[in-house]
Design a binder for this molecule. Structure first.
Ligand code: WT7
Length: 659
């Protein structure tokens, strides 16, 4: 189990409870415990009836489906026989209503430039770019890689892909050329869409140059063309016959591209995420179920009002941005904010400046960001008028109760409910969360399952556990927005999520407990996945990056509690030669840090490189990670044994512990 002992200690003793403010409940869409329980029970007992009613009323279909759900988990198919398009549901249908001239996206660039796209304008751009995709020979089912900054063109490109049925694969801008190459090859992408660069803390992130590197020397052979958005105006080299400017292509494009009628189960997107082995997993989501799930979960959890300005601060390169910046809000016809840059540029008040300027009502961010705000001081939020805020949300990792309290007091002025939302790339949408007008919140708990979600806490053997017993979090019933497969590797999909409990349950990979009130407390990952600033990283991925360096004989990577990031990355490295000292040691550490950044990307930057002559192992050769985690966390409890060599001995003594 992940070793965030401080966090676990504090949530175990947490007893504070905050009922939803009466004023909020009065206007909330779901406003009573009874209403929630009726929905939840119906969804559990009659999922086909529950989701079928919603799908009929809330989605626009070109052809109605034959059956709501077919087959048992993990092979459940949803809304089979139906024809639908996500782009139609996010755009076209709103043009038939008063929302036509409502802001769909309010965008703010890091340098302070802003753009607002109404539903009509966004539709226009999406239709144009969809016809560009046609011209480039992109067909339904083809894969398209997006490596872009947080600019409106990213949302336009996603919705244009959805319009023609191309499956988008978005790669977060913090990933390296090697990571792009691997993802291009795994998905067999035909097209890459990128930008010259993006702004981050006043500096230009060179996106196009990184794509060039990923494509050089035939490294991504499936890629035929590259479309480049001009954002920063920086120098880029354009390869003849391969690279095309977005604005040139759009100049001649006509905005008459209708939506392709796609099967409900047509692949909408692939999003790569880290698993417990080195190779990233291509999580595949399909059209109708995902769209329905993100639309309804965002409506329930964020209690959308038509007049809302809603801001999710995530990057669209992660699932949070896919589901809760783009698809969920737009399917609901809500105004969604998009911000390009860093929270501390030009100063640490930037987010609060945006909240004040755009009168943001709902603000959804991550615990790691909240911890940074706390560190920067109350002065920054206090300089701004945050009275427009009505609802606050958090996602990505367990929130420590003190950060929760700060958020509640300093940002929410004790009047905004906080929704702590637990979910995953694989679940597509929020699974466990308070309903802001209903659920009394407890700091550190993501509270209860949404309608349609039937979780359980079970032992390693799959037996249900009693209240307050720590165990594994599983889902016992399928839901419409769950992943359908890992792209190109269905066996790994079954193995990763369903083999632990013989196909009976979806295994999330998290440890959790349920308290006496039925509230869930998620403790963190139980596999070799660490959560760095709300981003999932496999320790094995970092290990493979390290051992690919010529100077490294062996490496073991573990997470350790980190004040800002949640977990930091600690690397134990056995070098091929002698362990360096002094300046040479520092140089060797820097070299390896740079190497990992090059192999994976800046998001995997190690916090510590510790050279060692040995690693503690069991007799069968398994690295004893628990000991390494203790050392990395500074928990050197076993007497005076402080060096790794000592632990090595300890390890062989404790061998049976590790199993
Ligand atoms: C893992 C999923 C889903 C959006 C962002 C991360 C952890 C996520 C919470 C929360 C406790 C959380 C879990 C989960 N996690 N939200 N509210 N409380 N833990 O997506 O990269 O797929 O990571 O993030 O460990 O398994 P992801």
């Amino acid at each position: 189990m992940s070793d965030n002992s401080n966090a676990i200690e504090s949530v175990l003793t947490e007893t504070r409870k905050f009922p939803p403010p009466a004023e909020f409940t009065k206007h909330a869409m779901i406003s009573s415990e009874q209403q929630y329980e009726e929905m939840w029970n119906r969804a559990k007992d009659d999922p086909a009836g529950f989701w079928g009613d919603i799908a009929q009323n809330e989605l626009d279909w070109f052809q109605m489906y034959d059956s709501v759900m077919e087959g048992d988990m993990p092979e459940t198919k949803w809304f089979t026989g139906g024809k639908i398009n996500a782009s139609y549901n996010c755009l076209d249908r709103h043009l038939l209503t008063w929302r036509k001239n409502k802001a769909a996206i309010i965008w703010e660039g890091e340098p302070g430039d802003t753009r607002t796209l109404t539903y009509q304008q966004l539709h226009h751009e999406v239709c144009k770019f969809a016809s560009v995709l046609d011209k480039l020979g992109i067909e339904a089912g083809d894969r398209v890689t997006l490596y872009m900054p947080m600019v409106p063109e990213l949302a336009i490109a996603m919705l244009a892909c959805a319009r023609v049925g191309a499956t988008h694969s978005i790669i977060f801008g913090g990933f390296s050329a090697d990571a792009i190459r691997d993802r291009n090859n795994d998905a067999q992408s035909k097209l890459v869409i990128t930008a010259d660069g993006g702004w981050r803390r006043g500096k230009e992130i060179p996106l196009k140059a990184t794509v060039d590197d990923a494509l050089a020397d035939g490294k991504s052979p499936s890629v035929e063309k590259v479309v480049v958005v001009r954002r920063t105006g920086g120098d880029v080299s354009m390869e003849d016959g391969r690279d095309l400017w977005w604005h040139d292509l759009m100049e001649d494009a006509v905005a008459d591209r209708e939506c392709t009628h796609l099967d409900s189960e047509h692949p909408l997107f692939i999003l790569y995420t880290s698993g417990s082995t080195g190779k990233p997993k291509g999580v595949l989501h399909t059209t109708a179920g995902y769209l329905l799930g993100t639309m309804m979960t965002s409506r329930w959890v964020f209690d959308f009002k038509d007049e809302d300005t809603y801001w999710c601060t995530a990057d669209i390169g992660w699932i949070t941005g896919h589901s809760y910046i783009v698809y969920g809000p737009l399917a609901n016809g809500v105004t969604t904010m998009m911000y390009e840059g860093a929270p501390n540029w030009p100063d640490e008040g930037r987010f609060w400046d945006i909240v004040e300027k755009h009168k943001v009502n709902t603000f959804y961010t991550a615990p790691t960001a909240i911890r940074a705000f706390i560190k920067w001081g109350d002065n920054w939020p206090q300089q701004h008028d945050l009275s427009s805020l009505r609802l606050l949300g958090t996602v990505g990792e367990p929130i420590n109760p003190e950060a929760w309290m700060w958020y509640h007091k300093t940002i929410g002025a004790e009047k905004c409910p906080i929704v702590d939302t637990w979910w995953q790339t694989e679940t597509g949408g929020i699974m466990l969360s308070p309903l802001p007008g209903v659920t009394a919140t407890k700091p550190g708990s993501c509270t209860k399952p949404l309608p349609g979600v039937v979780p359980a806490i079970v032992s390693e053997q799959g037996e249900p556990l009693e209240a307050n017993q720590g165990g594994l979090l599983v889902m016992t019933q399928p839901w419409p927005h769950m992943l359908r497969t890992l792209y190109g590797d269905h066996d790994r999909f079954i193995e990763t999520y369903f083999s632990k409990f013989d196909g009976k349950y979806y295994f999330a990979g998290d440890g959790a407990r349920r308290d006496e009130d039925g509230y869930y407390w998620v403790m963190g990952r139980v596999d070799d996945v660490i959560n760095v600033s709300g981003h999932r990283l496999s320790t094995m991925e970092v290990e493979s990056a390290l051992v690919s360096h010529e100077s490294v004989a062996e490496a073991a990577v573990v997470g350790f509690p980190h004040d800002l990031k949640g977990e930091g990355i600690c690397c134990f490295v056995i070098p091929k030669g002698e362990i360096a000292t002094g300046d040479a040691l520092e140089a060797a550490q820097k070299e390896l840090i740079a190497h990992v950044r090059q192999q994976i990307g800046a998001l995997a930057t190690p916090d510590q490189i510790r050279f060692t002559a040995a690693l503690p192992k069991t007799r069968s050769g398994k690295i004893m990670r628990r000991l390494l985690r203790d050392i990395a966390a500074g928990r050197e409890s076993a007497g005076d044994t402080t060096t790794l060599e000592d632990y090595s001995v300890l390890a062989s003594l404790r061998e049976s512990d590790e199993g």
